[in-house]
Design a protein. Structure first.
Length: 209
């Protein structure tokens, strides 16, 4: 069963580096076989190697690919959640400096789940969705965190060219297990009653109706 759309529509796609990749014929997601998902410890060790310094100008410039179009969409003084913020929540800092109130959640580094008991004007999810082991459940949770009219802003490298997938740097990260095409986000939006906009490369805005 596809872990993005929960349809029985998976077909073999690729074997590479000892991993089996499957393609969903419905939502067009590509997934690592469920039996080969990395352990919690493997993920944590990899994440601890990331050098995402919140004060690093280049890292903030990278995150600005999402922050810049998001800030043009948000009214003043909104309350947001950075979902999967990592150990150095630079995006939350950037949005706070722009006048918004930010909350943090990350299952590894900011695991206080009580923050998930409220709803938000917007939720950000940057370079996180590709790590989801159970993406349908995670998208369902993020949509529930949005107030009516709220915005889910995602950034992940969209998968475009099947012929380049085997050598794609994004695939080679062992914690990247779910890969999305633009069609996948269109499908997710329809599944959860959202609108979908692609404001720029590798960014999707999903708005709750």
């Amino acid at each position: 069963m596809c872990r993005v759309c929960l349809r029985n529509s998976l077909a073999p796609f690729l074997q590479k580096d000892g991993l089996n990749y499957l393609r969903c014929c419905q939502c067009q997601a590509t997934l690592v076989s469920a039996a080969q998902l990395p352990s919690h410890q493997t993920q944590l060790q990899k994440y601890q190697q990331h050098e995402n310094d919140p004060l690093d100008a280049r890292y903030r410039e990278f995150l600005n690919r999402l922050a810049a179009p998001l800030l043009t969409e948000l009214p003043a003084n909104q309350v947001g959640l950075d979902f999967g913020c990592g150990p150095g929540p630079a995006l939350a800092d950037m949005l706070s400096q722009a006048g918004h109130s930010m909350r943090l959640y990350d299952p590894f580094f900011f695991p206080d789940a009580t923050v998930l008991d409220q709803q938000f004007d917007f939720v950000t999810c940057t370079e996180v969705a590709e790590h989801f082991h159970q993406p349908h459940a995670e998208f369902k949770r993020m949509v529930a965190l949005l107030k009516p009219g709220g915005l889910l802003a995602l950034m992940t490298s969209f998968q475009h060219d099947d012929s380049r997938f085997a050598d794609w740097h994004y695939r080679r990260d062992p914690t990247h297990v779910t890969f999305y095409k633009q069609e996948t986000f269109d499908f997710i939006a329809a599944e959860f009653g959202l609108t979908c906009e692609i404001p720029c490369k590798n960014v999707a805005f999903l708005r709750k109706k």
